[in-house]
Design a protein around this ligand. Sequence first.
Ligand code: PLP
Length: 495
Amino acid sequence: MADTDFTADPSRRAPYADALERHADGHPISLLVPGHGASADGISAGLAAFVGERPLQLDVTPLLDGIDLGAGSPRAQAEQLAAEAWGARRTWFLTNGSTQGNRTAAMAIGQLGGDILLQRSVHSSIVDGLVLSGMRPGFILPEIDYRNGAAHNVTPEAVREALATHDGDVKAVYIVSPSYFGAVADVPAIAEIVHAAGAALIVDGAWGPHFGFHPDLPESPLRQGADLSIMSTHKLTGSLTQSALLHLGDTALADTLEPVIERAFRMTSSTSESSLLIGSIDINRRDLQHGAEHIEASLAALSAFSERVREHGRFGLLVDTFDRFPSIVQSDPLRLPIDISSTGLDGHTVRIRLMREHNIWVEMATRTTIVPMVGLGKRPQLDPLLDALDRLADENAGSPGSIDDALRLPAPGALRMLPREAFLGDTELVSAAAAIGRISADSLAAYPPGIPNMLPGEEITAETVAFLQAIAHSAHGYVRGAIDAGLTRFRVVAQ
Ligand SMILES: Cc1ncc(COP(=O)(O)O)c(C=O)c1O
């Protein structure tokens, strides 16, 4: 797919990946790290048998002339091309996932002083960011589909209300879009409200790296007013696992944000970033921009499958319920959450049986739903999934599952201390009963839907303890961050 005429259309090149290939093809005598020495010789034979010799030749240390050293280096060119492709002013390649992007964003905003308002259904990495940066958080509740265990988006009205009622100087608002289930928020409307309040809008787009690369996909948040956005290209566009992007939007706040991001990026990135991961992002960007044929075919196949599920009539598509939630303005076609409650089994059991009995592996499940997902430009077989669901439903006919007893999320406890102080201060382990009324030192989130129920610094309430214990004792629920599986003890701030 590479074009040899760089001047005609630079986006057809992958400058960083091309530079790595040139370096490898020069067969250098490698007397530097990494220790495998770019060859299958000696002790590296086993590794080369495992991954092949080429990945070893492309796996080079950072700061090499002609690859990533200097202002106009191939790496700098590759990052500039990525910024243009996603509609950003500047892009940083990440080698520790959106996890790194979230921690970097928190460390960047933390340098501005003031508070941050976050959608409550965030990934744990931004909670880590609160601990690292010392920021004081406020929260905005997303809409929740209790029946299907899905946290959706925040509405513009909820953002406006949170900004109006928060008792501090808000420097940034942080939202997640799309959600795990492919629900897309009204980013332009939210950006307008956030900017009117003088704050920056951060969009955790970990699940939306493909947005903006086809007219049938939602737009890139960078073209909708986001000041920062984080994206896991490894999740849905096909770069190698752990590779991701942090983008700075071309907004009025960009001059303020760029230097603080640069400092934070240096703090969160390894001094030995993986050239394979970076090269995979560079190639991925090029192929997203010039892989229309594969993208079209993939989207057409997904749309045909959704239609087939609808015509089949036995299973529901979660996307067909999205119009009941004002926080959702679009959906991501790469996610296919299917309501399997008509099988008479819960989603976790269906997911496990699909793996064990049919060798079909889907991303995740809730009680009523399985969530298959497909990378952009890919066309995996989907018909066997429908056939397998039919077989499971036939076997279980007459024993419909109970789906009415969904647990309601408890209200978060009051924030009594900064997350950083609670996490880093003296702590002690106490029984669940003794924990009530104390300040949590940990972050705990029940899955599904994965909303942090307790953050460091928040008061532990009886309602939250009862909820977490009920989830922990349910057949397939689990609580991330728990000290023990039954939640008999909690880590609290020492008195
Ligand atoms: C919303 C969200 N943000 C960030 C992350 C972290 O992404 P990564 O696994 O690329 O570090 C995830 C991971 O699932 C996520 O769901």
